[in-house]
Design a protein around this ligand. Structure first.
Ligand code: AMP
Length: 395
C-alpha cells in the first residue's frame, strides 16, 4: 500500500466462474457483502481475534476461538439464507469509538461533474450491488490512515450487520494525483477477485467529496507491523505465509492480473491469521506511516524493472523470493542504504544467505531470485516445494 501500484489486467478474462479457487458469492446480486457470521463467546468486547498465525484460511465462517475472538474468512459464504442470528452476535462486537473524522469538511469540493470517473456507486459498474451510503453504517474506530483518507471499522445498520473496513478517499486528492481513472479501473478488477488470501472489495459509493470502499475487515492489521514487531518470523510461519502468497498470486495470474507491488506493506492479516493481499493500486500510504527507507525503495524490484526492460507476471515470483527472505531474516536481500547500490545488486542478483537459513529454504528462494524471469520457479511448484511441504505437514 506504500505506492500506487500497477495491476495489469484483461477484463475479459476476469471470469470468476471458471476459477478453481473457493469463490465467495454475494448472497444476491443486490445484497450486502458476505455475511461474516460472527460468534462471540462470553465477554463480547474484542473485535480482533489473535489466533494461531500462519495457518491457511480454510473456512469462511466467523468461528469462536478462545474468548471474545472472531475468525472471519471470505472464502465461502452461505448463499441466499435468510437473516440469521449472526446479526445478534455482530451487534455485540465492539467496533470501537468513532472519532468524528468522517464528519469534518476540510477538503476541497470536487463534484462528479468535474471528475466523472469518481461518480462511483456499486450500481454503476458491471457487477451491480445495492446502492450504499454512509448512513447505512455505524462507524467505529479508525483503523488507519492512508494518503487519500482514513479507514474505519464499520458495521452495517441493517441485519445481518456485517463488519467491514470502510476506506475513504478524498476526491480532491485523487484528482490532484490524476488517479481517478486508475481508481475506477482497479475497483472494477478488485470487485471480481475472490480468493481467501486476497482482500475482498464488497462495494463502493461516493458523496460529494469522497469515495468509500467497503473492504473486508482484516482484523490483525498489517503484516509489515507484525514483522517490525517480531524482527523476523519463524521458518514455519514464513513457509506458511510464502504458501499463501504463492496461492494468491497463482490465482491473480490465472485472472491475468499481475500485482507488481508485493511487499509486507501491501499485505494485511485476517482475523484467522491468514494473509490478505491488498492494495490493487489506489492506496498510497502517508509518508512516515511506513519504514523510513521506504520512499522509493527498490528492495522488491526485479532486475528487469531495475534495468527498465519489459516485465510480466514473473515480477511477482521475484517479489515472493524477496518476501520469503525478508520473513526469515527481517530485512530484504538487496537492501542497501544507497539506492544505486541496491539497484546494482539487484541487477547482478548479488545477495548472500544468512547462516541461519535452512538448505531447502535457500533452494526455494534461490529458485525464485533468478535473473531470467522465465527461469523463476512456477507458483504451483512453490506451493509443493519441500521446504513449504515440510512445515505444512507439521501442523
Ligand atoms: P490504506 O489507506 O489502505 O493505506 O490503509 C491505511 C491503514 O488502514 C492501513 O495501514 C491499515 O492499518 C488499515 N487498513 C486498511 N485497510 C484495512 C482493512 N481492510 N482492514 C483492517 N485495517 C485496514
Amino acid at each position: 500500500m506504500a505506492s500506487v501500484t500497477g495491476l495489469t489486467h484483461k477484463f475479459t478474462s476476469l471470469d470468476i466462474s471458471k476459477s478453481n479457487e473457493p469463490v465467495a458469492k454475494l448472497p444476491t446480486k443486490f445484497a450486502a457483502p458476505n455475511v461474516p457470521r460472527p460468534k462471540v463467546t462470553s465477554k463480547p468486547t474484542v473485535p480482533v481475534g489473535y489466533s494461531k498465525l500462519g495457518s491457511k484460511a480454510s473456512s469462511s465462517s466467523l468461528k469462536t476461538q478462545g474468548t471474545s475472538k472472531l475468525i472471519y474468512d471470505s472464502a465461502k459464504t452461505e448463499k441466499s439464507k435468510p437473516p440469521n442470528p449472526a446479526h445478534k452476535r455482530s451487534e455485540s462486537v465492539d467496533i470501537g469509538s468513532y472519532d468524528g473524522g468522517l464528519d469534518s469538511d476540510t477538503h476541497e469540493h470536487v463534484s462528479s461533474e468535474d471528475a466523472p470517473d469518481l461518480a462511483l456507486d456499486s450500481s454503476t459498474l458491471s457487477t451491480p450491488t445495492r446502492t450504499w451510503s454512509l448512513h447505512d453504517f455505524d462507524v467505529g474506530r479508525p483503523l488507519g490512515k492512508g494518503k487519500y483518507g482514513r479507514v474505519y471499522m464499520v458495521r452495517t445498520k441493517a441485519p445481518p450487520r456485517y463488519i467491514l473496513a470502510l476506506k475513504t478517499l478524498y476526491k480532491a486528492e485523487l484528482v490532484k494525483d490524476c488517479n481517478e481513472r486508475q481508481l475506477r479501473r482497479e475497483i472494477e478488477i478488485q470487485m471480481h477477485l475472490r480468493h481467501p488470501n486476497v482482500l475482498r472489495l464488497y462495494g463502493y459509493f461516493h458523496d460529494s467529496q469522497r469515495v468509500f470502499l467497503m473492504l473486508e475487515f482484516a482484523g490483525q492489521g498489517e503484516l509489515y507491523r507484525q514483522l517490525l514487531k517480531q524482527g523476523r518470523f519463524t521458518p514455519r510461519r514464513s513457509a506458511s505465509y510464502a504458501y499463501q502468497v504463492a496461492d494468491a498470486l497463482s490465482y491473480l495470474h490465472s485472472k491475468s492480473c499481475i500485482h507488481r507491488d508485493i511487499k509486507p506493506e501491501n499485505i494485511l492479516i485476517g482475523l484467522n491469521g491468514e494473509l490478505k493481499i491488498a492494495d490493487f493500486g489506489w492506496s498510497v500510504h502517508a509518508p512516515g506511516d511506513r519504514r523510513k527507507t521506504l520512499c522509493g525503495t527498490p528492495d522488491y524490484l526485479p532486475p528487469e524493472m531495475v534495468l527498465r526492460k519489459e516485465h510480466g507476471k514473473f515480477v511477482d515470483h521475484w517479489a515472493l523470493g524477496v518476501l520469503t527472505y525478508e520473513f526469515l531474516h527481517g530485512s530484504p536481500p538487496f537492501e542497501d542504504k544507497n539506492r544505486q547500490n541496491s539497484m546494482r545488486k539487484i541487477a547482478r542478483v548479488e545477495f548472500k544467505f544468512p547462516n541461519t537459513f535452512e538448505e531447502d529454504a535457500k533452494d526455494l528462494i534461490g529458485k525464485l531470485l533468478r535473473f531470467e524471469p522465465e527461469e523463476r520457479l512456477p507458483l504451483t511448484e512453490v506451493m509443493v516445494h519441500p521446504w513449504i511441504v515440510k512445515y505444512r505437514n507439521k501442523n
